[in-house]
Design a protein around this ligand. Sequence first.
Ligand code: AP5
Ligand code: MG
Length: 233
Amino acid sequence: MNNMVNVVLLGAPGAGKGTQAEQIMRRYGIPQISTGEIFRRNIREGTPLGTAAKAYLDAGGLVPDELTVNLVKDRLAEPDCAKGFILDGFPRNIPQAEALDSLLTSLGQKLGAVVSISITDAEIVGRLSGRRVCRGCGKTYHIQYNPSAVEGLCDNCGGEVVQRDDDREATVLQRLAVYHAQTAPLLDFYRKAGVLLEITSHEKVEDTSAEMVSALAKVFGQGESDGPSGSGA
Ligand code: AP5
Ligand code: MG
């Protein structure tokens, strides 16, 4: 149980959860599980889950807990989670955190660390208005801070790099309000559980990565800095 790398990434929209998850995946050889990315993929593919989730994403609200918890339960049962996982965007409220605790207990596991990435509200709007994502593999870019080598094309897979639908300003402000009301209370929840690691989102992606890597190394060891990358969401 103790050598599993079970990590949750917490943070407001645009804090850099997806960007930093890529580092942890490579270092520890574990998959990133982004509930938002799973919902977006299902919406693109027109599945029943996508149809059920779409209105919530478009409005910047949370998808109902039952749907979200069930998808995480199924995802954690997949074989690539045998060494651990990095949950990006889940849990997002206290009931989801309690459901995750029960789920891990039933699997004979526990959370090793919850990394909270803090960012000011003022920085978020600039981050998200410049964000671009690959339609193919979901890799994240920023037109100013983290551009793809060729504009509009993904470095990883050559897919089309586009703006996310929920990165319009009104939806960003709603997502931010939901974060403060429902997700921020998880900081205290995990601080009390003794697993919270608090880091700051710096101006440069690599400065944030360095702070996160050193915090995680105290819990899980160094990992492999250039190990194999995991699967996407
Ligand atoms: P989700 O996809 O999880 O969105 P989010 O939490 O709003 O977070 P983002 O993906 O927008 O930001 P991020 O922290 O990953 O930042 P990123 O690395 O991209 O969820 C979307 C929706 O799905 C929700 O609104 C909800 O409807 C639904 N949902 C998902 N999970 C759910 C759940 N558990 N329960 C219910 N509903 C759920 O970085 C942002 C930008 O900044 C990028 O352009 C990046 O290149 C740039 N950047 C990153 N780091 C830096 C840095 N240090 N310096 C400069 N730029 C940086
Ligand atoms: Mg993300």
